[in-house]
Write a protein that binds this ligand. Structure first.
Ligand code: SF4
Ligand code: SF4
Ligand code: SF4
Length: 430
């Protein structure tokens, strides 16, 4: 039985991830549960505790999730186009160091092949739709003619297409109108209060981007587009995170905000955060969630998701065809440029004007490396939620003792405690 007794404010979170069951107990209860599990002769049965445990189905067997994602015969039905390495912003923490390299845009023949492959796969799978998603390595909307052509081409397929876009939100009125009318789901990056947004996400000219991006979010509100905001917080801005969340909640109609601690120390330079910054982030994140709760806005952090039970952190390698501008097929959205530190390991095929080819050996090796890496997570109560973490984060945050792991575990603990509170003392199965 997979059970964890996690020290928590002088008591324990008693946690069975594979049952989605959690409650808080003292040392005596932990000793009792251990004794009963080991059928220790010195543990007399206590009827009142047993009645509680029966109600909670504490002794029920583990429910291990199916290993569907990596063994399924289903073929990737999401086309992810990494459109360009150019950008109109010069964010201080940009993982791709967008704009530093000679410009490369995804050309139409490659975009078309990826869309065709995803649509054909969806048809073969018997799916109800296929997906088309525009992402970075740069600002996707800068490759404007290909983006608009791709949307029109995908929409003309017999199978319906869900189109999504991750963007910095530095949009003209024309672009804003296009997004409102043509994109089904938008993730827009915005870091909060004016001073932080302008310092962390300046234009290439160094002028601020705050007012323009806020206007873009409000345009999405006005058009009723489904969107979420991604906030990145650097150590220097942690004290302003809650204020930034309040600004977003009060000035826009945002419903979901994802908050991440910057995972770079300079443009294109990945690093595990320091433990001290990790601690500050945990406190700032939890304070921000309390602010958001006042507005009934959902806040998330990528490494803490106790409601998920899975074998892999991310389904992108198995369910998406991710194409870089120069025609590599990659396993991760972040492996956009050839200068990405793991560009070779994350390349699993290629895209040409005549087709999309996944290299079975490279793909198999990539999946195998993730399995091997996750083996060190055995014993971590986040094993089934964080699943060894995002492969890009894991590059520099070695499990199980990195600062990122610490953040993941602490925020997961806080979320479980919240779920217990909402459940009236027991979190059970939801
Ligand atoms: S983080 Fe995004 S918006 Fe900022 S410079 Fe990089 S690609 Fe551009
Ligand atoms: S591995 Fe991480 S960065 Fe890469 S696509 Fe998945 S979630 Fe995104
Ligand atoms: S050890 Fe770290 S990477 Fe592994 S599951 Fe736990 S938090 Fe995630």
């Amino acid at each position: 039985m997979d059970v964890h007794f996690i020290p928590f404010h002088g008591r324990y979170l008693i946690y069975r991830p594979l049952r989605h069951l959690a409650f808080i107990g003292n040392q005596a209860l932990v000793d009792y549960l251990r004794g009963r599990a080991e059928q220790s002769a010195g543990t007399p049965v206590q009827p009142d505790i047993e009645a509680f445990l029966d109600r909670a189905a504490y002794w029920a067997p583990d429910h291990v999730p199916a290993h569907s994602a990596q063994t399924s015969a289903a073929r990737p039905s999401m086309a992810v186009l990494l459109m360009t390495n150019r950008c109109n912003l010069a964010c201080t923490y940009c993982y791709a160091a967008a704009g530093n390299q000679p410009p490369v845009d995804l050309p139409w023949p490659l975009a078309k092949q990826v869309i065709d492959a995803a649509a054909d796969n969806a048809q073969s799978n018997g799916d109800t739709h296929f997906g088309l998603s525009f992402h970075g390595g740069g600002e996707p909307t800068l490759n404007w003619s290909i983006l608009t052509a791709a949307v029109a081409y995908a929409r003309a397929k017999a199978l319906p297409c869900k189109v999504s876009l991750a963007s910095n939100g530095l949009w003209s009125q024309r672009l804003s109108a296009f997004v409102s009318n043509n994109i089904d789901a938008v993730t827009l990056s915005f870091d909060g209060v004016q001073a932080v947004q302008n310092a962390q996400r300046p234009r290439r000219s160094r002028r601020g981007s705050f007012a323009s991006v806020l206007r873009s979010i409000q345009a999405l509100d006005a058009a009723g587009v489904n969107y979420g905001v991604r906030m990145t917080v650097t150590p220097a801005a942690l004290d302003q995170l809650a204020e930034g969340v309040r600004l977003l909640c009060s000035e826009t109609g945002v419903r979901t905000i994802q908050i991440e601690l910057s995972f770079t120390v300079a443009r294109g330079v990945y690093a595990d955060p320091s433990i001290a910054d990790g601690e500050r982030f945990i406190a700032a994140f939890l304070a921000a969630t309390r602010v958001a709760a006042e507005y009934a806005v959902d806040v998330s952090y990528s490494g803490a998701r106790p409601w998920v039970l899975a074998h892999a952190y991310c389904l992108a390698p198995t369910q998406a065809l991710i194409a870089t501008p120069e025609g590599r097929l990659v396993a991760c959205f972040e492996a956009a440029g050839t200068d990405h530190p793991y560009a070779r390991e994350f390349t699993i095929g290629h895209v040409t004007a005549s087709g999309v080819e996944r290299d079975p050996a490279a793909y198999g090796a990539f999946l195998q490396r993730q399995e091997t890496r996750r083996a060190v997570c055995t014993g971590c109560f986040c094993f089934w939620h964080c699943c060894g973490d995002c492969v890009s984060r894991a590059m520099v945050s070695s499990a199980p003792s990195s600062a990122r792991c610490h953040i993941n575990r602490e925020i997961t603990k806080a979320l479980i405690a919240e779920l217990i509170e909402h459940g009236g003392g027991v979190w059970q199965g939801n």
